[in-house]
Design a protein around this ligand. Structure first.
Ligand code: G1P
Length: 288
């Protein structure tokens, strides 16, 4: 039986430069889509997938995320006194039992691979999931649950994947696809942000992963890859052929909320499904 996925690493140390000035003083992971910050969507998706331990890899100016997952005593007290039970419930909804959320600092911005490596002691030799909170995925069930279900059958390593235009391949990790069964594609190669003419396919990696602990050994080598950064993609590529490796074409829609247009589309898409907003938002989009 495959060892269950009980841990997730959420890298949240990035600077969010594509979203300045909004992200000058607040972390990009705290940008709300409707009424919830991006980081909360990622944690909720992980909990839905049965994941128990949440590991945030943070950086400078990210402390507000710790507060988000903690009691807000003053707020709770005022809501309680005013009898605002609904508000109180929302304010307390993200309180996990102490010890289930851990924080580790990435002290230097050396890349996604380095961020994941910073969590090695907390991952502690177990297989684990990774989610990039900028990639908001709307899916029922969520993408991580879909991947955990596939993992329970196939084991090994997994990336979430979607087809992109050839010109966009330079923004993503791209797979060399092997056998394709249902929504599962055997991964025969992986390359980070190739030039479109060199891309081995148009099947891109999006920000959800299930990884075996051996990836940490490769990350320890600290090899520098695309963009002068330590890339997770390069460390994962070294596992291919040694361990099962699949790309999962998840059922859902992914929004790149690190970009203004992706974030706006996520807001519109979720609002269009919200019974309190759908009518007005559909009118706005149709008539103006
Ligand atoms: C990261 C990964 C890349 C992946 C992408 C998905 O890139 O390095 O392989 O395709 O996330 O969003 P970033 O967008 O952080 O540059």
């Amino acid at each position: 039986m495959n060892a269950p996925i009980k841990k997730i690493v959420l890298p949240v140390a990035g600077l969010g430069t594509r979203f300045l000035p909004a992200t000058k003083a607040i972390p990009k992971e705290m940008l709300p889509v409707l009424d919830k910050p991006l980081i909360q969507y990622a944690v909720e998706e992980a909990l839905e997938a049965g994941i128990e331990d949440i590991i945030l890899v943070t950086g400078r100016n990210k402390q507000v995320m710790e507060d988000h997952f903690d009691h807000a005593y003053e707020l709770e007290k005022i809501l309680q006194e005013k009898g605002k039970d609904d508000g109180l419930e929302v304010a307390r909804s993200m309180l996990l039992e102490e010890g289930r959320i851990s924080y580790v600092r990435q002290m230097r911005p050396l890349g996604l691979g380095h961020a994941i490596w910073c969590a090695r002691k907390l991952v502690n030799g177990h297989p684990f999931a990774v989610a990039l909170p900028d990639d908001l995925i709307k899916g029922r069930p969520g993408a991580l649950k879909q991947m955990v279900e596939a993992y329970n059958e196939l084991g090994g390593n997994m990336v979430a994947s979607m087809n992109v235009s050839r010109e966009d391949t330079s923004k993503y990790g791209v797979i060399t696809p092997g056998e394709h069964t249902k929504n599962r594609i055997a991964v025969e190669g992986l390359v980070e942000k190739p030039h479109p003419e060199d891309a081995p396919s148009t099947q891109a990696v999006v920000g959800r992963y299930i990884l075996q602990p051996e990836v940490m050994d490769h990350l320890s080598e600290k090899a520098v890859g695309a963009g002068g950064e330590i890339q997770l993609t390069d460390a994962m590529a070294k596992l291919i052929g040694k361990q099962p490796f699949h790309a999962i074409e998840f059922d859902g829609t992914r929004f790149d909320c690190g970009s203004k247009i992706g974030w706006l589309m996520a807001n519109l898409s979720l609002a269009a499904e919200d019974p309190h907003m759908a009518h007005e938002i559909r009118q706005l989009i149709t008539f103006r």
